[in-house]
Design a protein around this ligand. Structure first.
Ligand code: NAP
Length: 302
């Protein structure tokens, strides 16, 4: 049996439109209603036809939903939930796809004190945004981390988990705070480093911008892909996962100082040991199917 019959998606950008497309592809009898605050996005959704209907307010969109998924930037989850609180059916489950969880659990349970709130985070995405960027297979073979608040109804948790499994994801359940620490090191810190490196290279005076671009294949280019990610989304992630990010950043700065010392004192063994360990981590990521072993990230040269 399908976990839900009427799904409402609020925020029809990369993730929201991908969820809609994936529901159409995997559960075609489920009715998908969409809403986005931006009229041009609603028009695009109408044209691209990844929803059965597109509502013109958040309240109208949720009126008979049995699952509502918020796919808006992390910083406005609570405000958007408050917009439709009065129209939300009593038995509906509210979920979201935000990239950090403890703050969202707090904001959603505060805005919807009587609702069943089961947040989730599909660990899948691209550096692109908007309704045109979405695609139905985005979540296939990717992880979706479900982060129920303490004491959540296990039946509701299972329905949300089953929904994501049907979209092709592998599901894991985690406490919201634990999720935020894991993602701080696997996603948020790498983005912060990429933003820093690309910013530093952009600010260098003795190396010209055109040289940075021309010789970017030396490693810089891979950072620029990450550093091209959506500014609103990433601003909100750092402001809403502040503690875990600052803690990981502190550890990273200490490790960087050790590396700096090894280079200064010519400690080749320390460098070699670290690079051997990191190479093994890359190997396990490929072995576990989280990336392809394609040379140069599959780029074609010619
Ligand atoms: P996106 O492509 O920018 O889509 C977000 C959409 O929400 C936009 O169309 C935006 O419209 C709309 N919106 C903004 N305020 C709204 C409001 N008050 N009511 C209704 N709609 C509103 O961003 P995304 O990449 O899909 O990210 C959405 C969520 O997914 C974020 O919470 C993010 O943390 C999470 N996530 C992202 C990724 C990723 O790789 N991108 C991966 C996993 C999870 P305008 O832009 O026109 O204002």
């Amino acid at each position: 049996m399908l976990p839900f019959a009427r799904v409402t998606i609020i925020g029809l950008g990369l993730i929201g439109s991908s969820v809609a497309r994936a529901v159409q592809a995997t559960m075609p009898t489920v009715r998908v209603t969409g809403y986005d605050a931006d009229a041009t996005v609603r028009e695009a959704a109408d044209q691209l036809q990844f929803c059965d209907d597109v509502a013109d307010s958040a309240g109208a969109a949720v009126i008979d939903a049995d699952l509502v998924i918020l796919c808006v930037p992390v910083g406005i989850m609570g405000d958007v939930a408050a917009e439709f609180a009065a129209e939300l059916p009593a038995d509906a489950i509210v979920s979201d796809v935000g990239s950090c969880k403890a703050e969202i659990v707090r904001a959603l349970t505060e805005a919807l004190p009587n609702a069943t709130v089961i947040p989730a985070h599909p660990v899948a995405g691209t550096e692109r945004s908007g309704p045109e960027a979405g695609f139905a297979t985005l979540f296939r073979h990717r992880w979706c981390i479900v982060t129920p608040p303490e004491g959540a109804d296990p039946v509701a948790v299972e329905r949300v988990s089953e929904f994501w499994r049907r979209l092709g994801a592998q599901v894991e359940t985690m406490a919201p705070e634990h999720h935020d620490r894991v993602l701080a090191v696997t996603s948020h810190l790498p983005h912060l480093i990429a933003y820093t490196i690309v910013g530093t290279a952009g600010d260098l005076e003795e190396v010209t911008q055109s040289e940075v671009i021309k010789y970017s294949a030396g490693g810089f280019r891979d950072f620029t892909r990450i550093a091209a990610s959506d500014p609103t989304m990433w601003r909100d992630i750092f402001l809403n996962n502040r503690e875990a990010v600052l803690e990981m950043l502190q550890r990273f700065s200490e490790d960087l100082s050790h590396l700096q010392r090894a280079i200064r004192w010519g400690d080749g063994d320390a460098l070699f040991d670290l690079f051997t360990r990191t190479r093994a981590i890359r190997r396990s990521i490929v072995e576990q199917g989280q990336d392809d072993d394609v040379q140069d990230f599959g780029r074609t040269h010619g």
